[in-house]
Design a binder for this molecule. Structure first.
Ligand code: C5P
Length: 221
């Protein structure tokens, strides 16, 4: 049983990463960022000049590489190379979104994610954790926020990371497009699980969100 997983899903910029990280820290349990895995595979395939739209080429690539995930700050490695920094670059979001639509990629990461969480208590964040990866998770949250606020947060993050060539209007469009892709895809679309608690972070500050979630977790334990 996977009842020891706290599943956190939601669109990009909803604050789910911040929430998931802090919640795991406060509860003293593992934090697992599945987006980092899709990003690492997208980036590594791109680096290797694999055409991300060619499913067979991607499948072949997956068989040749070794993916590693370390819990400390979502460390991801492909063939021993640490990609943790580079996966946060803006262009990698798109690579992750493209590769995440390929069924064989999702199957591989599904197994990977389940094996990491085996017999360990953890907070796992992504798009399909409460619906597909751990449908019997102990507790599920679906974290969201308005599109403008999500784009603004993404913008602030990128600026903080030193990327100065970002246009907010374009970013809003990018965020919308990625949402549509994530929600509209055939395999494992981004959708709230029926039994997930909806958390809208548009008007809430982070400490408020965390204390609300912690209360929920404790009430369920
Ligand atoms: O969460 P993050 O923005 O890092 O995820 C990058 C992309 O990876 C998402 O836009 C989505 O397409 C894909 N993803 C996914 N399933 C997950 C996590 C991420 O399809 N569980």
């Amino acid at each position: 049983t996977y009842s020891s997983v706290i599943a956190i899903d939601g669109p990009s910029g909803s604050g789910k990463s911040t929430v998931a990280k802090l919640l795991a820290k406060e509860l003293g349990i593992l934090y697992i960022d599945t987006g980092a895995m899709f990003r690492a595979l997208g980036l590594a395939a791109h680096d290797a000049d694999v055409d991300l739209h060619d499913h067979q080429a991607v499948e072949k690539f997956l068989k040749e590489i070794k993916l590693e995930y370390g819990q400390a700050d979502a460390l991801v490695k492909v063939d021993g190379k640490d990609l943790s920094q580079r996966i946060r670059e803006h262009h990698v979001s798109k690579l992750a979104s493209i590769i995440s639509q390929i069924p064989v990629v999702r199957t591989m990461l599904l197994d990977f994610q389940r094996s990491i969480a085996k017999e360990k208590v953890c907070v796992m964040e992504g798009r399909d954790i409460g619906t597909i990866v751990f449908p019997d998770a102990f507790i599920k949250f679906f974290v969201t926020a308005s599109i403008d606020i999500r784009a603004q947060r993404r913008y602030d993050q990128l600026i903080e990371k030193g990327q100065s060539d970002i246009d907010l209007e374009q970013l809003i469009k990018d965020v919308k497009k990625r949402d549509e892709k994530d929600m509209g895809r055939e395999v494992a679309p981004l959708v709230k699980a029926d039994d997930a608690t909806l958390v809208d972070t548009s008007e809430m500050d982070i400490s408020k969100v965390i204390s609300t979630l912690k209360q929920d977790v404790h009430a369920r334990a």
